[in-house]
Design a protein around this ligand. Structure first.
Ligand SMILES: [Zn+2]
Ligand SMILES: [Zn+2]
Length: 335
């Protein structure tokens, strides 16, 4: 099969590699769409993966084309997404079913070969089937959509609450879509007019400008979902939320996150609740989010702004890196 193999930092090569075959208890998936995550940019251009060579890609959807021993052959031909985490099943958190908090996991696309390939063999446990009505490129959003679903679930959103989202990348917008579905009044905190217009025109979201000349927002939200991970954004979230409000930290940190004393005081004196989230709860939240995706697939589709054939290899990453235009989710596709 063909795959994009990360041979070294800055060397993602489209090449021939052995096609995996499904072991007992596994299925072989023909990957149809594989999302490029911002974490994959770090892997390709900065940090690499855990070892070389590795096939990156942890957000993918495809068709089951073969089953291993002991797996129902009727699954052949079904559409499936893959939970990319392979838990140890032995640690304390695994025994509690908190697989995302496993202390000794494997992971498709970073610790072992992932979805920038024509095929991948995965344990049946990691597979969730989805309805044929969901296009593959939308199904490839399931992993980030589950992370966003987990964030709004942890936030405990009540209908009618006011929720601000800081950050208007894929995860931020997904958080907004799910929070609105749960009945919240959602606004985005954004720095530029182009993003504000996109959020308004494509999804009907209000945007609150937070650039230097913007006026302070008139009201304070009950909850802020912080999806950026910079000191400025975390500080703005603490500054903006209402007394006894909640903040959910979703964005991966860009570096050290420092905190001025006045904002630390606000956490104490306003009794703010600050919750971190990591990954998603499998399989429950994946099943919930696939139902939501089926209902809102047309609303999710505009998140996929770029598609590349797998053969584009590293040039896809370079084009995205050098682009001045708006990028939400880019995916590799396999015909
Ligand atoms: Zn990701
Ligand atoms: Zn574990």
């Amino acid at each position: 099969m063909k795959a994009c193999v990360l041979e070294a930092i800055n060397k993602l090569e489209y090449k021939e590699v052995p096609t995996p075959s499904p072991a007992a208890g596994e299925v072989l998936i023909r990957i149809k769409a594989s999302g490029i995550c911002s974490s994959d940019f770090s892997r390709v251009f900065k940090t690499g993966t855990y070892h070389f060579p590795t096939i990156p890609g942890h957000e993918f959807a495809g068709e089951i084309v073969q089953v291993g021993e002991g797996v129902d052959a009727a699954l052949t031909g079904r559409r499936a997404v893959v939970f990319p985490l392979l838990p140890c099943n032995e640690c304390e958190q695994c025994k509690l079913g908190n697989y995302a908090l496993c202390s000794n996991y494997n992971y498709f696309g970073s610790r072992c070969d992932g979805g920038f390939a024509e095929y991948l063999a995965a344990p049946l446990w990691n597979i969730r089937l989805f309805d044929d009505a969901i296009p593959y490129e939308v199904a490839a959003l399931t992993e980030p959509a589950a992370v966003a679903w987990h964030a709004v679930a942890k936030a405990g959103i009540q209908p009618g609450e006011s929720v601000y989202i800081s950050g208007s990348g894929t995860i931020g917008i997904l958080c907004g879509i799910w929070a609105r579905k749960l009945g919240a009044n959602v606004s985005f905190m954004v720095r530029n007019e182009q993003k504000a217009q996109l959020l308004q025109q494509t999804w009907g979201f209000d945007a609150i400008r937070t650039d230097a000349d913007a006026k302070a927002p008139a009201s304070r939200p009950d909850l802020i979902l912080e999806c950026v991970g910079t000191p400025q954004s975390v500080q703005a979230a603490i500054d903006s939320v209402k007394t006894a409000g909640r903040i959910v930290l979703v964005g991966n940190p860009s570096g050290d996150i420092d905190l001025p004393k006045a904002l630390y005081w606000k956490i104490l004196r306003s009794e703010l609740s600050i919750q971190g989230i990591w990954n998603s709860v499998y399989p429950t939240e994946w099943e919930e989010v696939l139902e939501q995706i089926l209902q809102l697939k047309d609303e999710l589709k505009p998140l996929v702004t770029h598609q590349f054939p797998l053969s584009a290899g590293q040039s896809a990453f370079e084009e995205l890196r050098d682009s001045k235009g708006l990028i939400l989710k880019a995916i590799y596709t396999n015909e």
